[in-house]
Design a protein around this ligand. Sequence first.
Ligand code: ZN
Length: 502
Amino acid sequence: MQENYNQLQTRMGEIWNLTKAQAVLNWDRQTKMPPKGAAARTRQTSTLSRMIHEQYTSQEVGQLLENLGPWLDELDFDSQEASLIRLAQREFYKRTTVPADLVEAQAKASGEANVAWMKARQENDFASFIPYLERMFGLARQYAKCFPDADHPYDALLDQFEPGMTVETVSRIFNEVKGPQSDLIKAIHESNVEIDDSLLCQHYPKEKQLDAALEAAQILGYDLERGRLDLTTHPFATSFSVNDVRITTRVNENFLNACLFATMHESGHALYELGVSPLLEGLPLARGASSGIHESQSRLFENMIGRSRAFSIYLLPILQKYFPAQLGGADLDTYYRAVNKVQPTFIRVEADEVSYNLHIILRFEIELGVLNGDIPIKDLPEAWNEKFKAYLGIVPPTDTEGVLQDVHWSWGLIGHFTSYAMGNIIASQWWHQMAEEIPDQDELMAQGNITPIREWLIENVHQHGKKYLPAELIQHTTGGPIDSGPYLDYLGSKYKKLYNLS
Ligand code: ZN
């Protein structure tokens, strides 16, 4: 058996090397590549995608997995061997279950839909995007049909981003948080407390912003011997190995938050990948467990640390060193209140902590409605605006600022949005548990000492990489299932104080 396992490990290692080579090409595409390099780069990454698919689904891997089946039952569930076999089984099953022509049709349709979406969004012309959306949702339905054993077709879509997650769990969690979050926004609106965030909206020179953001990332624990920061239109983090995880950020010279908090967010993603056990290096286990677990780490570093009053005690003097004219006279409370101002906006990526999940929940409900056939594609703008009004109290003036704002559906990423909101909820569970185990969390953050927090996360979350499914990892750490309670407590206590609510 050991011989079979060694062979599987070798094959998985080769696949991982191809995957990481592809990641380098994609990082370069978005940071350094001149525009005319695009066509060749697409060919190169497509070839790698095909090779990765062929290796995961090869006859040899199929045979090895069959041989290893009985051994898996004897292995310790938590062992690296068992985890790698389970991962290879899942990849093999999913990749051999979905027909190659469907994968090809999705790739082709998403390329065309993406071009149509960019034009429709620019021209505020939803009607022109209808046929492309029909096609992308149609293909998603076909994909879901490949997995007839799922309790709900949407489960198959969710599984692409959150392995094992079900529509039942997502609906339960979203129904628990939707009302309280919506009520909190109403109460904040009715409180008549106006937070002045004008100090953040001054002119902040680009180079200084990048220097300040990088220093903030380093305080969080981001290590430049194992990473680097670059500038892109859309910030992201990408990992090439457990010792090389890169982040990117963006700058708005008239708003301090964009660069600072995007950088802390991406640092959270990067610290997760940097915290994976070196024992998993070189295997497909050396990565985050899912999109939602990843987002739990980025949101934890961005919001629970980055936007906390305790960490602001340490961070504000550092920001004042970079921006003496803009922030020199700012006191802690003015700064803390400004970076946590609640103001419902039409655009998801600009949303504050209180509104954010509502942006996701309405997208989830719409995706489900379209898949079930309850919402015709042509009625999406009305469905969107109705839900916006109900949950956030505002209605986007145009479809460009409404239903057309996200790139996801054009790429066929249906089922992906939920991960963003689940990340917030999971982050709070861990934050809550950590507070019990590290009672001086606030004092440490106020001294800029994030090491104990990071070590807790490495021990409980990061080191495991992709050994567990999201629900297994949550169970492993917290001893229970995903739970919205800590999240509602966190939001309630933070924002009731900020807005003088009872
Ligand atoms: Zn993120």
